[in-house]
Design a protein around this ligand. Sequence first.
Ligand code: AMP
Ligand code: MG
Length: 522
Amino acid sequence: MKLNIQDTFNKELPADPNKNNTRRQVFEACYSFVTPRVPSNPEVIHVSKEMAENLGLSDEDIQSKDFLEIFTGAKVMEGTEPYSMCYGGHQFGNWAGQLGDGRAINLTEVVHKNQRWALQLKGAGETPYSRTADGLAVLRSSIREHLCSEAMYHLGVPTTRSLSLSLTGDQVLRDMMYDGNSAYEKGAVVCRVAPSFIRFGNFQIFASRSDTVNLKKLTDYTIKHFFPEIEGDSKSNYVQFFNAVLDKTLAMVIEWHRVGFVHGVMNTDNLSILGLTIDYGPYGWLEGYNNNWTPNTTDRQNARYRFGNQAGVALWNLYQLANALYLLVEDSKPFEDALERYKTDFSEAKMKMMRAKLGLTLEYEGDVNLMIALEKILELTETDMTIFFRLLATVQKTTDTPESILEKAKPAFYKPEELEGQILKDWKVWLKNYLSRLKVELQSDEDRLTQMNLSNPKYVLRNYMAQIAIDAADQGDYSIISELHEVLKQPYAEQPDFEKWFAKRPEWARNKVGCSMLSCSS
Ligand code: AMP
Ligand code: MG
């Protein structure tokens, strides 16, 4: 197996001089060297071939002993020096101090076809940043991360990727619902891949310690490698950098809204500086459309990270990043300006995204009201977001009526019998307005269907789908992981063989742990 290794992070940035794997506070360093733990009986159970190809790996490479050993932590590649990053973060709104890669170990960086990729094992044992935890990951959460990152990529949502999913052969003790019921679960390792895993928290940790020297080193490094359009290192470059991060973060959240994704733990240590969806933990997909929904049971009370709050939280997180970068600029005005424009930019971007979801190519002032009204009626009775938009695309603007559209959209409603009285009336009003709005469009029904189907996925990784794959994998059957990976590669296409995955959440999954209820335990 030949990878084009070109390390930069652990070559150009300051290292922790202490090479012992003991838990500690690490100062004036971006990372600590650490060796992955050797798994007792590793087994690769799924590989994303698309990701492997990006790295220049062939089918033969994937089957090799090297692949198994390197991507499970059994062997360190020659010429590489694995490390864990030091970062801090605001967790649920409070500054938590140093966090760091508690169970992530960066193996190396690879350049293939002009693209830089950092390879990182998640769950390969303790690091200096493990704090009170074990540095391991269990099979269920690793399946969720592996499948979802690849599904998000194919949906066109900016995300970190996943190369491989492996069992370690070790047992890991977890109290899944934090209720005193600990049990052993199968240990697993995912090899995550992204141009870089740098987070907001990497900048925050230096700022929190007034370490401007290293804050500057990290920022210059990030700009040089990942924002090459920004040249030089004057103060205005740091402002440009902040603006670029703001744009990317905003674009990412818009995409989450488009596909109905709830991240679940938008702490600043879980926000990528490249605007990639990162750290797939207690995330979830909207089934019934609900702005107040969060899958994360740890956040049930305040629902800080609920679907409808993600744009606001992203802005809050950007404030924290601005506070850190301020140390390099010493002028708050440009940051305030950037944060101020976020609100208008977000509204505009959301409108654009919603127009595409609704098949509207022209811009009308009244569209804002149409969109606001839609968000309200979708919540009146439980309505499956994915199915609803997909079926709405089949509207025939001259022959359909509100009644006939409701009939077509019936499979999207969890309790169609609730469509009566005021709820029914509200739905009909909206559909009537939508039909009138479609009539001013020049597009044919057919073209609108094609266009809408590019914005509205048919297949997403519904929470219960991942759970079915997990339950089977626990019994040693990995076929559902492969099947889901396959269907989610073409989320916008009609795939008659996979029609069964275009279905509402079954009733058994409504209140099941792992489906609608997820804790941070992973
Ligand atoms: P999260 O909320 O999952 O992003 O995790 C917050 C922090 O806890 C990060 O620094 C993680 O690296 C760390 N962490 C989470 N789970 C573990 C674990 N099992 N062992 C060590 N560190 C962990
Ligand atoms: Mg994290």
